[in-house]
Design a protein around this ligand. Sequence first.
Ligand SMILES: Nc1ncnc2c1ncn2[C@@H]1O[C@H](COP(=O)(O)OP(=O)(O)O)[C@@H](O)[C@H]1O
Ligand SMILES: [Mg+2]
Length: 329
Amino acid sequence: MIRVENLVKQFGAKRAVNGISFTVERGEVLGLLGPNGAGKSTTMRIITGFYPATSGRVTVGGHDVAVDPIRAKALIGYLPESAPSYADMTVQGFLSFIADLRGLSGSAKKAAVHGAVETCLLESVLHQPIDTLSKGYRHRTCLAQAILHDPDVLVLDEPTDGLDPNQKHAARELIRRMGERKAIVFSTHILEEVEAACTRAVIIDRGSVVANGTPAELKARSATAGCVRVTLAGAGAADAAVSQLGQLPGAERAELLPGADPAVDGRVTVRVYPKREGNGAIGAAGAALTVAVAQAAQAGGWQVQALSTEEGRLEDVFRSITLPDTVVQ
Ligand SMILES: Nc1ncnc2c1ncn2[C@@H]1O[C@H](COP(=O)(O)OP(=O)(O)O)[C@@H](O)[C@H]1O
Ligand SMILES: [Mg+2]
């Protein structure tokens, strides 16, 4: 539904977007992840036809946004960054105005406005001017505007920015649900959002795509993915446990994790890193590491209080592939 090919956007001397490509199919929720200034909003503004691209091409539902913008825009609902709307209109008046712009009238218009109001929980503020609303309601009013015509494609720029934790949760649920039958791209710098709502994530840094995969695939790139984490009691000297676990056949090395003090409560938590093959994959011995750790504990007469295989952390991956000093100009 969305195809972005080799997109470039130059603002004077500044190259905000430097050859970005990705696609979004129906049924997908794509998270655009990246530090501030990475080029997320600029990419979305080009997809929605707000800015022309310097070069490259975007099609929405097969329509080139530069050649056939009206057809492309008819398929898109857009929540721009910081949720702009007309502050002096009432919620009802604003949504009615948007329905007119979308070419809806009569019962279709009524049903569209009603549906958007219901989805975004706006009944209680319908007749209130938008500038008297709390930030959460203002945000939802702009989201209602984006989904009013039941578009096939949704482009949401930081849709949970400024919402409280309950509202954030509700917004993510809504995005996930709507994503089952639409193509959605949303931007965020909140990593947990990607896990909660996305089927796939594209990480952008300094105008370029640096990773593209499912949240699980991205997490698997983290240095701690596949590590076995074990909390032991009665292991005696922590150093001995670490050294013994680090020498297991599937282990690369082991480290003591900070936390419980063995001298005080007799517990230690150890992370055992699996052996990796040349391509970074975890070999058969590495995959059997959890069992090996449990057996070593049993043989050593240690009590296992917790044992898990780590999935890896998106935050580690994000930090390892994006540069910390992206300057917002
Ligand atoms: N209209 C503009 N004119 C000049 N520079 C811009 C403009 N819009 C964005 N930029 C610059 O492009 C870069 C990317 O910005 P943006 O797409 O807003 O990043 P993000 O949404 O990922 O935080 C930033 O360095 C920003 O300052
Ligand atoms: Mg932005």
